[in-house]
Write a protein that binds this ligand. Structure first.
Ligand SMILES: *[C@@H]1O[C@H](CO)[C@@H](O)[C@H](O)[C@H]1NC(C)=O
Ligand SMILES: *[C@@H]1O[C@H](CO)[C@@H](O)[C@H](O)[C@H]1NC(C)=O
Ligand SMILES: *[C@@H]1O[C@H](CO)[C@@H](O)[C@H](O)[C@H]1NC(C)=O
Ligand SMILES: *[C@@H]1O[C@H](CO)[C@@H](O)[C@H](O)[C@H]1NC(C)=O
Length: 627
């Protein structure tokens, strides 16, 4: 992620090059506006800048599409990262010290043997572990251990206890260690530590039973960790209820994690902002982002700097109360601002019919090829998504229409004649790309196959179930995991938390388009534009991703009055683009089978456990590993 020229600079070089060709007024203002709205430098502000100056002109063309460049850069970056991984324990120790300015934890040599024995390819990229544990170094060992034990009393938190080299998952709520009512996530964690638990000292791991992140510590309390001591007791005094009960929201709690001078902190009151919601969200739509491609998913997007954007993400409206105290809690994902400690999701490590590619639930074994897999040539060219109308709670109510899932389904259900700007190769297969305006209704019919399959929380939808059904396509048929493999393009977006389907989608022979606000354990191991296609939070560029890989649809060719219309239908498609899409599908599968294996997840957790054990110890220095 830090290789070579920073992405902001690369973007700048490209823009500079483009400028030479299209030096016109308007470009800079458009670019500035885009960056204000999405200041994250992973955005590629290329084509919209171009587009803003050529809008209205007919048959404007460009000679270079941004996507091949993104793919080529991704491949180089990933290969460089993979090849520079340490080859010996000595090198790994040196790399560790360079990165983290301390010795590796005790047991690092055993861990090294584990990763060598299991052909784990990423042996240096564990910045996520260091980042997640960093705040806990400020707590004394005694305080740290106390918080870990107390955390077991919080709602929807189980403890995995390691005693004498053996782990067990317990529910401590009733005052004794009970194996009853222990969550699937705690059981999943037990399986992840199975192979090396005998090497661990006695430890307690508080495991989050929910998909949602839990820990949001106010900014001031992070500066002075001792401020929270009184809070710990209060949290556990019995007044703590699992849901908000009108006494706050995730957004309110999140806001307090922001630095005092940020826009999110300056807002008078976020709940009173509802009258301006629509105006704020229209900022999101106002960007000419239909031809803008992002470099990565937006897990680092700053909601502190862009408070209005929180209306677009359901997790800010979750009914589950977050915890304002720094407890160590192990969660499958974290959104920006959260201080949960990431572990692989039990959906990824476990093997089930709903979440595992190739799982045979009858014989309880895993097949190399899923029984519903399809040859590439037979897959449809449509962009496919199915899911329930979840994705956020109702705290406060009335905002569900803008949650991440609803926005996707609305966009794909839109049968209006509003135009979208499409950039496509004309003639097909060439590298001359033409902009044209195509009505949304026809594009959606040709390109998108997106629907809700289950009505959830419709009472929370403004206007009720009728309004929900009017603006969102519903597919009564339901969907199995295997039904996805009929399509080349699979969209993966967040639900109530991270998407548990991601790794199975990757393993399939289809290509994955992903948008998320969460960061997961594998973020340093995977490469957007190589293993999957990253999507912006608006998804507006989906049509142009499709146009690049699959070529202009018939209505696009008509809108542009393309000469390709004289070709037989089979030759109107872009084989070039199709091959590139297939390459992403294959790279994703290869990733899952070489870097996203169960044992890779275990290697991650093993290293995390060693770090955790050092924090746990009264004499942390004695828990260092030195050669
Ligand atoms: C917390 O720590 C700060 C700096 O270490 C100190 O100035 C302050 O008095 C402490 N507060 C409490 C309540 O202990
Ligand atoms: C996100 O932020 C973290 C912490 O600042 C950083 O380590 C990580 O590289 C960032 N990720 C991306 C994709 O920019
Ligand atoms: C869509 O674009 C076409 C071609 O540029 C134009 O003729 C038409 O008026 C546009 N439709 C709308 C609703 O703007
Ligand atoms: C479409 O293109 C054909 C030739 O390729 C031309 O004769 C015709 O005038 C064009 N129509 C429009 C509306 O531009």
């Amino acid at each position: 992620m830090h290789d070579g020229i920073p992405s902001s600079k690369r973007g700048f070089f490209y823009v500079a090059a483009v400028l030479l060709i299209f030096m016109q007024a308007g470009l800079w203002s458009a670019r500035r506006r885009t960056q204000e709205v999405f200041p994250d430098n992973s955005l590629v502000p290329k084509v919209p800048s171009l587009f803003s100056l050529i809008k209205g002109e007919s048959r404007t063309t460009i000679k270079e599409h941004p996507i091949p460049r993104l793919m080529a850069e991704a491949e180089v970056q990933f290969r460089e990262r993979l090849t520079r991984q340490s080859k010996t324990l000595v090198k790994a120790v040196a790399e560790y010290k360079t990165r983290f300015k301390r010795d590796p934890p005790k047991g690092f040599d055993d861990w090294w043997k584990f990763v060598q024995d299991n052909d784990v390819l990423m042996v240096d990229e564990y910045n996520a572990v260091a980042e997640d544990l960093e705040p806990f170094w400020d707590l004394s060992p005694a305080e740290f251990r106390q918080r870990a034990s107390l955390a077991g009393h919080l709602p929807s938190v189980d403890l995995v206890k390691v005693r004498g080299g053996e782990g067990k998952a317990v529910n401590v709520k009733d005052g004794f260690d009970s194996p009853d009512g222990v969550s699937e996530r705690a059981k999943g964690f037990l399986l992840m530590i199975e192979k090396f638990q005998d090497k661990l000292p006695d430890l307690d791991f508080p495991i989050n039973a929910m998909a949602e992140g839990r820990i949001l510590v106010p900014w001031e309390h992070r500066q002075y960790p001792n401020l929270t001591d009184g809070g710990v007791a209060e949290q556990l005094s019995g007044r703590y209820s699992p849901d908000w009960r009108g006494e706050g929201t995730v957004w309110e709690a999140f806001r307090r994690t922001c630095e005092p001078k940020t826009p999110a902190r300056r807002l008078f009151s976020s709940t009173r902002a509802s009258s301006t919601t629509q105006a704020r969200l229209s900022q999101l739509d106002a960007i000419d982002d239909e031809v803008t491609f992002v470099r990565s998913v937006q897990g680092n997007f700053s909601f502190c700097q862009n408070p209005w954007a929180h209306y677009s993400q359901g997790h800010f409206f979750s009914d589950w109360r977050t915890i304002p105290v720094l407890f160590p809690i192990f969660s499958p994902a974290k959104a920006s601002g959260f201080l949960d400690i990431r572990v692989p999701s039990h959906y990824y490590h476990g093997q089930t019919r709903r979440y595992t590619y190739g799982w045979d639930p009858v014989n309880l074994e895993r097949h190399h090829v899923d029984h519903m897999e399809m040859p590439w040539e037979l897959k449809s060219d449509k962009v496919f998504w199915r899911g329930a109308s979840t994705g956020g709670g109702s705290s406060p109510p009335g905002f569900a229409g803008q949650y991440q899932r609803h926005r996707l389904v609305q966009m794909a259900s839109d049968l209006s004649m509003t135009n979208r700007t499409i950039l496509f190769a004309d003639p097909p297969g060439s590298t001359t790309y033409t902009f044209t305006e195509v009505p949304t209704a026809v594009l959606n019919r040709e390109v998108m196959d997106v629907a809700f399959v289950k009505l959830v929380g419709s009472f929370n939808f403004p206007g009720g179930p009728d309004a929900l059904l009017r603006d969102h396509r519903f597919d009564e048929g339901g969907v199995n995991l295997g039904d996805h493999w009929k399509h080349k393009y699979l969209v993966d977006i967040d639900g109530m938390g991270y998407s548990g389907r991601f790794l199975s989608f990757l393993e399939s022979d289809s290509a994955v388009l992903k948008a998320t606000v969460y960061r997961e354990f594998f973020e340093e191991w995977i490469q957007p534009w190589l293993h999957y296609i990253p999507l912006s939070p608006t998804y507006h560029e989906i049509y142009n991703i499709h146009a690049f890989f699959s070529g202009g649809t018939d209505s696009t060719l008509h809108a542009a009055n393309s000469t390709a219309l004289q070709l037989p239908a089979a030759q109107r498609r872009s084989l070039h683009g199709d091959r590139r899409l297939r390459r992403i599908a294959r790279a994703g599968k290869q990733w899952k089978r070489t870097l996203g294996r169960r044992v890779d997840m275990e290697a991650y957790v093993y290293r995390l456990c060693l770090e955790y054990a050092r924090l746990w110890s009264d004499d942390r220095d004695s828990m260092n590993f030195t050669l």
